[in-house]
Design a protein around this ligand. Sequence first.
Ligand SMILES: [Zn+2]
Length: 188
Amino acid sequence: MLVENLAWSNESRERDPDYFQKLAHAQKPTFFWIGCSDSRVPAETVTHASPGELFVLRNIANMIGTGTNSSSALEYAICVLEVKHVIVCGHYGCGGVRAALLAENASTPQLNARIEPLRRLAHFHRKDLETYPTLDARINRLVELNVHAQVDVIRQYPVLGRARRSPKLHGWVYGLRDGLLRELSSDP
Ligand SMILES: [Zn+2]
């Protein structure tokens, strides 16, 4: 990985000798991306974004919680960076969402606590989820419901009221099988 980094650094400077100097000066990203930690959904890669374009928070099942990890990132993105768009991006086949539909694994207490809101969400939407014939289909439906739920959580965050200009909120889902992003919801 270090060798790869050296190669990337050299290639970037060959294309633009001032590339890193300009990036080091300041960041002014337009987007705040809240995505899953899943190794197959790297935000910059799937959006063809470059360093400096995305402010990113990734965790298991792309959740905005009430802890300082989420709230500080949201506050910084909205009040300091003044991003124009906040994107919650889930992905089909999400392992965190899958875990929330299965029995608790006693060996992962931290993970169990982390996905508890997903279990509650699944319970709330149990009638809807029951209409899907397979576990995989229910997982993918809960992935979508979770994206909507996280967008709603952000919408109710007090920090939005303190923003000089409210960013637009977007709910997206990424397909592992085709590499495509789909829009589930978007502010006008
Ligand atoms: Zn995931």
